[in-house]
Design a protein around this ligand. Structure first.
Ligand code: SF4
Length: 665
């Protein structure tokens, strides 16, 4: 098909580990309509994963999908999407996650746009893909290895340029929140994809590719790289980053545009004042001593073709400080801004956390985010003690303490065996035994039906912003995603946000924000389909490097057109995201999700962050969102007319005839 001459490499690999069959699917069955990444991943999931299968059953699929821009010079296009049924919540359901790094580009260089893995191997195996050749190899000697040892061993066998993703002991031991890690540090974060991989006896996928991704208009793509990198990192003419350290810490993450949101406080020019004002310690300053003594060497790096480079590699000559690498959110931000209560977990302890968690294949978001919150709450209640945890509670944040907890999680030792079932299941069971645990459960799990979300820990991430609606209906997201932050600041019109930043305003109602919510949701879907990194500040709605503070949301359409040669306007690209949102919604409908599952629990609406928005306000906003999406406001089920208009008639038919869902007209 001529249309797929550029961008996509043309084949999706399909591996059944039960009967060891290896086949391919043509990418043109799914592209260009579903673009790539999350869009194609959702359709493959619809076709491959029956609604009745459990997340850790062999019938579940692990779907790795790149996008048309992956492996090109498109800015920050190193991401790939992993789609699967999540084992984390009690109601297991379709979920996805997007790690970054270099593995996705390498897969395309090896000749594949994606991989669908199904079944379960009879013994531990890994996949080796070398320029189109695919082998299922024994991994008996790799099983039990930490991620570092796994990667070192596979580098020895297949060469140091091999790109590897794999699981650690946590995934092997089916810890429900375990991650898949690629290139040492890029994780699937939330959702428990590592446990799904472990349930298939699949330890790793190692890839070597010497091919290339053809680009329709290379010079246009090079110009776009410079254009977008300047919008998020520097002024035209500036050769270097103004301050990488400050760029990373600016506001929240490295979203250089966020600072220009109306209502966002001005950030002091020097980092010391910035952290002092927040009552925090500067994480890099905390390492200064070790750096000055030459114990630690730091080096910035990043993912394939990324202009931001938010990753830090540290090499240590002290046996008590493991060497490693991580994104800003691992080694610094988690420990400072977000988790203010845990400010001791920055500097050296943050490096220790990051290295041990990556090595064991645990989720940094869950472990550092949730687990230490409720861990200490349970200590206060006398439910967790030194005796039943085996952890030195009188020496918090020491190496012994950090390593002790993390290893017990990953190897499911003692009481941590139950905790490894995931905080939702664990805290729910515990609250039945100890009523005092119920408020903790409700605070951590504020989404009773479908919880793979990053919730209200620390006082209100899940604030009544338009992001809270997307947060509620999506398979896996957080209200904290950069585009949602923009909405919080920009009110109903992100396009006009920068003009309005000095104008006092009355925030519009949540319901009035729904057109913007659809736009932002589609922008997020688009970044996950192309694929590019939203953490890189893409799409840059605002920019601190333009004179009017306005950025450019059209990165998806511009990059897609230059890469594939298929010209698409920004509006057309946003329109193309509607079927993706509907396929995902239909998957959830097939799996039993309904309107009540899109609501938060009552404790959430009672929290201070929701003081001016009632549960009823939220429901009305949600119904407006459903209506604008073409879904029935009473049930949240997509209408047949909507699905047919978007070319999804077969899905509407199957929903009714095969899965017994009444699809409204
Ligand atoms: S911003 Fe960070 S995580 Fe995103 S692509 Fe760049 S280096 Fe990777």
């Amino acid at each position: 098909m001529d249309e797929l001459k550029y961008g996509w490499v043309g084949k999706i690999l399909k591996v059944d580990l039960t009967d060891r069959t290896i086949t391919t699917l043509p990418t043109s069955d799914y592209a260009p309509d579903l673009i790539g990444g999350r869009g194609i991943g959702a359709m493959l999931y619809w076709e491959e994963v029956p609604p009745e299968c459990k997340a850790l059953d062999p019938e579940n699929a692990l779907i790795f999908m790149t996008g048309p821009a992956t492996g090109t010079l498109a800015p920050s296009a190193g991401r790939f999407c992993v789609s699967f049924k999540t084992p984390v919540p009690e109601k297991e359901f379709y979920c996805m996650s997007l790690p970054s790094g270099h593995w996705g580009p390498e897969l395309k260089f090896a000749g594949y746009d994606g991989i669908v893995v199904k079944g379960k191997a009879s013994e531990p195996v890994y996949l080796y893909i070398n320029d189109g050749q695919v082998e299922i190899r024994s991994a008996r000697y790799l099983w039990g290895m930490t991620l570092t040892n796994l990667m070192l061993q596979l580098y020895k066998q297949h060469g140091p340029k091999t790109r590897i993703l794999g699981i650690g002991p946590a995934g092997e031991n089916l810890c429900r929140e375990a991650v898949i890690i690629s290139d040492h540090e890029h994780a699937t974060g939330l959702g428990g994809a590592g446990a799904v991989m472990g349930s298939k006896n699949l330890k790793a996928i190692a890839v070597n590719g010497t091919g290339a991704v053809k680009v329709a208009r290379p010079q246009e793509l090079i110009d776009l790289w410079w254009y977008f990198s300047r919008l998020v990192t520097r002024k035209p003419g500036e050769e270097d980053y103004p301050s990488m350290h400050r760029s990373l810490c600016d506001g929240l993450y490295h979203g250089a545009h966020i600072r220009f949101c109306p209502g966002h406080p001005e950030r002091p020019q020097d980092d010391e004042t910035y952290f002092k004002n927040m009552g925090l310690d500067d994480p890099i300053c905390l390492m200064n001593d070790a750096i000055n003594k030459g114990i630690l060497k730091l080096k910035w790096g990043g993912c394939y073709a990324c202009p931001v480079n938010c990753a830090l590699t540290w090499q240590s000559s002290d046996i008590d400080i493991p060497s490693g690498s991580g994104q800003c959110n691992e080694w610094m931000s988690w420990a400072t801004y977000e988790w203010q209560g845990y400010k001791k977990v920055c500097g050296i302890p943050a490096l220790q956390f990051s290295s041990y968690m990556d090595d064991l294949g645990l989720s940094i978001t869950n472990t550092l985010g949730y687990h230490f919150f409720w861990f200490f709450e349970l200590v206060k209640l006398g439910i967790f003690t030194e005796e039943n945890t085996g952890v030195p509670l009188d020496k918090p944040w020491t190496d012994e303490f950090i390593k002790g907890i993390l290893e017990k999680f990953a190897y499911r030792k003692g009481i941590f065996d139950q905790a490894a079932e995931g905080h939702e299941r664990f805290l729910k069971n515990l609250s039945e035994q100890y009523p005092a645990v119920k408020p903790i459960y409700e605070r951590v799990v504020n989404h009773p039906g479908y919880h793979v979300h990053w919730e209200v820990l620390g006082g209100g991430f899940n604030m009544p912003s338009p992001g809270s609606i997307v947060h509620a209906v999506e398979p896996r997201t957080w209200a904290f995603r950069p585009s949602h932050l923009i909405m919080i600041g920009a009110g109903a019109s992100p396009q006009r946000g920068a003009e309005r930043r000095n104008v006092p305003r009355v925030p519009p109602s949540l319901k009035a924000n729904m057109p913007t919510t659809i736009l932002r949701h589609n922008l997020d879907l688009n970044s996950d389909c192309i694929t590019y990194c939203s953490w890189a500040g893409m799409p840059p709605t605002f920019s601190k490097y333009t004179s009017d503070g306005i950025g450019d949301q059209s990165v998806g359409a511009k990059v897609f057109s230059a890469v594939t040669g298929i010209n698409m306007s920004h509006d057309e690209m946003m329109e193309a995201m509607n079927p993706v949102a509907n396929i995902e919604r239909c998957i959830h409908m097939r799996e039993g999700r309904r309107k009540e599952d899109d609501l938060y629990n009552d404790a959430t609406y009672a929290s201070p962050a929701w003081a001016h928005t009632s549960k009823q306000d939220f429901i009305e906003a949600m119904e407006e969102y459903y209506t604008l999406r073409g879904w029935d406001p009473e049930t949240g089920i997509p209408r047949r007319s909507t699905l047919e208009k978007q070319g999804l008639k077969k899905i509407a038919d199957d929903l009714e005839s095969k899965y017994g869902v009444t699809v409204p007209a």
